[in-house]
Design a protein around this ligand. Structure first.
Ligand SMILES: [Zn+2]
Ligand SMILES: [Zn+2]
Length: 159
């Protein structure tokens, strides 16, 4: 059944879900497509905003549950929430590092795979078996819309 006209690479997604005992639903497909379409690391809210354009009656809870189901099935990875922002969802499943803006919580990929491994190994002779590093940063230029600090609109409060 052809439910949408999107042309993303979704081949195999339904199959993977089925193998994990989960059904591919229209919502899950839309959620997955939305994560891919953002091209970054969207929060559940950002995915919700996008999915809602396609499925106006979808709820944030459904989007959240779909995201978690896709994480459980290994189709997305989750960048955990921190003091600096909510959990983000990542279509990349290979091990890589992240940089997160402390103001707007936007997340970037960092592809220096040796970064943390080298440091940890050097520290005490630990033997790294996996890694997940999140570097806190400030946006290099301007933050996206949900910023509180990085984007200055209007006169700055300084003397
Ligand atoms: Zn990433
Ligand atoms: Zn920012």
């Amino acid at each position: 059944m052809n439910l949408t006209a999107h042309k993303t690479d979704r081949s195999g997604l339904g199959e993977v879900l089925r193998q994990r005992g989960r059904r591919m639903t229209r919502q899950r497909q839309a959620v997955y497509d939305a994560v891919i379409a953002t091209g970054g690391h969207p929060s559940a809210e950002q995915v919700f905003e996008r999915v809602r354009r396609q499925l106006p009656r979808v709820s944030l809870a459904t989007v959240y549950n779909s995201l978690e189901a896709l994480v459980d099935c290994g189709q997305l990875s989750r960048v955990p929430r921190t003091d600096h922002g909510p959990a983000r969802y990542d279509p990349r499943r290979d091990a890589h590092h992240h940089a997160r803006c402390v103001a707007c919580s936007k997340v970037w990929d960092i592809d220096d795979k040796a970064l943390a491994v080298r440091t940890v190994a050097a520290l005490r002779g630990f033997k790294p078996v996996g890694y997940k590093v999140e570097v806190l940063i400030e946006c290099p230029t301007s933050c996206p819309g949900d910023s509180r600090v990085c984007v200055s609109t209007g006169p700055a409060k300084r003397r």
